[in-house]
Each structure stands twice: as structure tokens, then as C-alpha cells.
Design a protein around this ligand. Structure first.
Ligand SMILES: Cc1ncc(COP(=O)(O)O)c(C=O)c1O
Length: 315
């Protein structure tokens, strides 16, 4: 367990009232009822609408937390450039917060990341470095590290896969909100991992509040799954902040079921989200089907579907 860092003081005190960063977090918890007929009575699915963050994804929380921690510790100073590896959403979050706080941003991402994401990054004025698609996010991380090593006084390298401020954003924010929004009735938390910040932070805090919480790790069923933002842990490098002791079980989801659920959310619930959100909701549904007592399962809607509009996955 990587708990070396003392929790930063409440970041809500650290920025100007009315700034875009002040809109991060406090997202709605949506009741997902499209599977109700197929679930045992009393089993309810909920999803945290993280796509409604101002940068459009769950990564706004982690990016803000890491930037504020960088400023607090003096590793990020005016005039510096933020550089990191990201499958896209963290880059967009850095871009938005960097623009608002006056930092340049460089992101390294695999060349096969969605076209829309690269265009959004460029719209915020970000320098995009495209890395070897076959190396995935691991290759992008290597390039970001090399850039930082080449000019450590120019760059702030949050290194989201190893930064405690990433999971602490969810420990202090997302988990507290889930607890309040379910009035302490959450029984299961289900989510996939990219950096694992969301899963690690939420599960650590909810377990403190409710030691019998069931934590289920959504896993793509194949190494080459195409679900942007999430890792197939059996074949990928494990993030430094990942804690394998937290999950009670894995729930495997096929890419087909992730896409199918993503389309159903759009067409039957009016919730336009991306493939990893579809995978999370389908995993929660699979777990819900196995239960024989009332339960409140909470999962995460990671990002919005607009980002995938040109990917031809909505059918
Ligand atoms: C679309 C999407 N889903 C899920 C995740 C996973 O979030 P985390 O990095 O907190 O594990 C990410 C992270 O980049 C993402 O971009």
C-alpha cells in the first residue's frame, strides 16, 4: 500500500471562486433502471455521472488534485509545462485546468487514441506527442518520462500512474459523495482501472466507512479489447498506485457487451457515455444478477459518448 503522502489540505480552498476548476466534482448519482426487469427485486444499480465534470470525464478530479499537490509542494511553478502520458481524458483535464491556471501542457498518447480526443486537446492549445500504438499507454509513459528527464526544471511530470494525489482525489471526493448520495446504503462498488486512481481511492474510503463493502474489479475479457482508458491487468503493466488487495473479485466483460450497454444507455436512458462506462454498467448488472438480497451497486460513468462519435461504435 502506497500511503506515504499526507492528504493535501482541502483543494476547494486553493482556487478562485467562479473558476472552471471549482466546478469539478459533486456529480450526480444516477439510478440506472434499464436492467431492472432482469435483476432480483431490491437490487438497484447506480452510476456516478463523471462525464458531467467540466472537462467531460472522471479524470478532472485526479488532474486537479495532482496539479494542486504540485503547486503545494513547489514541484509546479509558474512558467512550467505539465507533461504526462494519458489515453486522452487526463490530458484533456490537464489542458482545461492548465489553461485556467496559466500552464502550458504537453501530452504523450498512443497514436491510435480517438481522433476526437486529439482534436479536443489541440483546441485547448495542447502539444500532442503521438507514441507507438503497439506500446499502448506504457510506451506513452516512457516518452513522457524521457521528456521530463531531459529538462526537469521546465516540466512538471505528475506521473498519474504513481501519484498518490490521483487516488486521494477519489478517496476524499468521489467516495464521500457516493456515501452521502446513497445515505450510506452502498453495498457494492464496481469499476475498471486505467491508472486505478478511481478504484483505489473509492474502495479505500468506502471500506473505512463500511468494512463489508464488496469491491469488484471490471476487467476486459481480452488483452486487445479496445475499451479506451481501461487496462486488462493480466497482460498490462500494473500502475504503481494499484493495490491488488482491494478487489474481492474480477468481473470480465466482453467488448461486445460493453458497446451494447453503451448503446442501450444512450437509447433507453438518454445517457450518452463511452465504452468504459458501458463496460462498468454491464459489470454491475452481471454482479447484480447473482445477488439474492437487496443491494445498491454503484459504478462510474467515466466519460461522455460525444468523444466517440466518430468511432462508429454507436451502430
Ligand atoms: C475513459 C476512461 N475510463 C476509465 C478510466 C480509468 O480511470 P482511473 O485512471 O481512475 O483508473 C480512464 C482513465 O484514464 C478513462 O479515460
Amino acid at each position: 500500500m502506497n500511503m506515504g503522502l499526507s492528504p493535501a489540505k482541502d483543494y476547494r480552498l486553493s482556487f478562485t471562486r467562479g473558476s472552471i476548476e471549482a466546478q469539478i466534482g459533486n456529480t450526480p448519482l444516477l439510478r440506472i433502471d434499464i436492467f431492472d426487469k432482469e435483476l432480483p427485486s431490491g437490487v438497484e444499480l447506480f452510476a456516478k455521472a463523471e462525464h458531467l465534470n467540466p472537462g467531460g470525464s472522471v479524470k478532472d478530479r485526479a488532474a486537479l488534485s495532482m496539479i494542486l499537490e504540485g503547486e503545494r509542494t513547489g514541484r509546479l511553478k509558474p512558467g512550467m509545462t505539465i507533461v504526462d502520458a494519458t489515453s486522452g481524458n487526463t490530458g484533456i483535464a490537464y489542458a482545461m485546468i492548465g489553461a485556467a491556471r496559466g500552464y502550458r501542457v504537453t501530452v504523450c498518447l498512443p497514436a491510435n487514441a480517438s481522433i476526437s480526443r486529439k482534436e479536443i486537446l489541440r483546441a485547448y492549445g495542447v502539444e500532442v506527442i503521438e507514441t507507438d500504438p503497439l506500446m499502448g499507454t506504457d510506451g506513452a509513459q516512457q516518452i513522457a518520462r524521457e521528456l521530463f528527464d531531459s529538462a526537469p526544471t521546465k516540466y512538471f511530470y505528475p506521473n498519474q500512474y504513481y501519484n498518490d494525489a490521483n487516488w486521494l482525489a477519489h478517496y476524499k471526493g468521489t467516495a464521500r459523495e457516493i456515501w452521502e448520495q446513497t445515505r450510506g446504503n452502498v453495498t457494492h462498488f464496481v469499476a475498471g482501472v486505467g491508472t486505478s486512481g478511481t478504484f483505489v481511492g473509492v474502495v479505500r474510503r468506502l471500506r473505512e466507512l463500511r468494512p463489508d463493502l464488496h469491491a469488484l474489479l471490471m476487467q476486459p475479457d481480452l488483452p486487445l479489447h479496445g475499451l479506451e482508458g481501461v487496462k486488462h491487468l493480466a497482460s498490462a503493466t500494473h500502475p504503481g498506485i494499484y493495490d491488488p488487495a482491494l478487489a474481492d473479485d474480477n468481473v470480465e466483460v466482453t467488448t461486445e457487451n460493453a458497446h451494447l450497454t453503451m448503446r442501450r444507455l444512450a437509447r433507453e436512458a438518454g445517457i450518452l457515455v463511452g465504452p468504459s462506462s458501458g463496460a462498468n454498467v454491464f459489470a454491475a448488472y452481471q454482479v447484480g444478477q447473482t445477488l439474492n438480497a437487496p443491494a445498491q451497486l454503484v459504478t462510474i460513468l467515466c466519460d461522455g459518448g460525444e468523444r466517440y462519435a466518430r468511432e462508429h461504435i454507436f451502430g
